[in-house]
Design a protein around this ligand. Structure first.
Ligand SMILES: [Zn+2]
Ligand SMILES: [Zn+2]
Length: 302
């Protein structure tokens, strides 16, 4: 399986050279329905989990109904597989030591105080896992089905992103909003963008929609906030973006070439193979320390 993002309508750095140093690689994961194995990179697929290693549980308060026993129970909740990424598929990952595999799990609950599913990250060496756990524990409590990812295979594809509009200096924001500055550069941009050239930047030239590794932050729910590592103070960088949709009618130019025919008939405008919805259509972004991937990660909803 392969997915190819079409070239951007224009090279934004030819119009605004000051953006060039802000180019940042990202890998779009392009999750699509499938039957991944523990040996595959996946969303919502089985993990290459050592049989002799305890499965992670969420220790917050949960209650669930055991239908067969017709009784309520409470206790810790077995976490769910969200993403498994092999470095061979996603070379942008910077694992610690000899690790070549990243596994992300979460509890399918919006826990207080931030009302988001708590996540756990594991880096490991795939070759060390000789005895794979065949059946993980059942996740008894699910607050929302939209936090149970449907199994998907991936078609990782590297692209280039530029910062979210809100993260740019005010001077650059003004230039992006001014149709004159686009015309002065002789960009040849379609005049249909004259009324809202900044929207053209936001929708088609800066951040790609969908699940991805690396890249920039989709600010909008809040203003940008610098994120620093709790262990060493270094700046943190986006590791993984968990998205509520793969594309939307506003982002048609990001639809992969291989999906153009499907996109043409999906008039609701949304494709979302994993079925995940983050707090009503947002993104959950995980961050890692730029100095050490083993320092505690953080997450953020935008
Ligand atoms: Zn929980
Ligand atoms: Zn750190």
């Amino acid at each position: 399986m392969r997915r190819t993002t079409p070239p951007r309508p224009i090279d934004v750095t030819a119009v605004f050279p000051q953006l060039a140093p802000l180019a940042r690689p990202a890998i779009r994961l392009h999750p699509r329905p499938g039957s991944p194995t523990p040996l595959d990179s996946s969303v919502g697929g089985p993990l290459l989990w050592p049989a002799d290693e305890p499965w992670p549980y969420c220790d917050e308060v949960h209650e669930w109904h055991e239908s067969e026993l017709d009784e309520w129970r409470e206790g810790p909740n077995a976490m769910l597989s969200v993403v498994q990424l092999y470095v061979r598929d996603v070379p942008l990952l910077r694992p610690p030591g000899q690790a070549d595999l990243l596994q992300v799990l979460w509890c399918p609950f919006e826990h207080e105080p931030d009302y988001k599913p708590p996540t756990k990250l594991f880096w490991r060496c795939a070759a060390d896992v000789t005895d794979v756990l065949a059946v993980p524990p059942v996740t008894s409590a699910v607050e929302y089905d939209e936090y149970v990812p449907q199994p998907c295979v991936l078609a990782p594809e590297e692209i280039v992103e530029y910062p979210n509009f809100l993260e740019l200096k005010k001077e650059v924001q003004h230039q992006l909003k001014s149709w004159n500055s686009w015309q002065e550069a002789g960009s040849g941009v379609d005049s249909s963008h004259a009324a809202q050239p900044a929207a053209f930047y936001k929708d088609e030239l800066s951040l790609a929609p969908g699940w991805k590794v690396g890249g920039w932050t989709p600010w909008g729910l809040t203003d940008p906030v610098v994120r620093n590592c709790a262990a060493c103070g270094a700046e943190m960088a986006p590791l993984l973006t968990i998205s509520s949709k793969e594309w939307h009618s506003s982002y048609r130019s990001w639809v992969p070439c291989e999906d153009r025919e499907i996109a043409a008939v999906v008039n609701s405008g949304v494709v979302n193979s994993p079925g995940v919805q983050i707090s009503g259509g947002n993104h959950l972004q995980l961050y890692v320390c730029t100095e050490s991937p083993e320092h505690p990660h953080t997450d953020l909803i935008q």
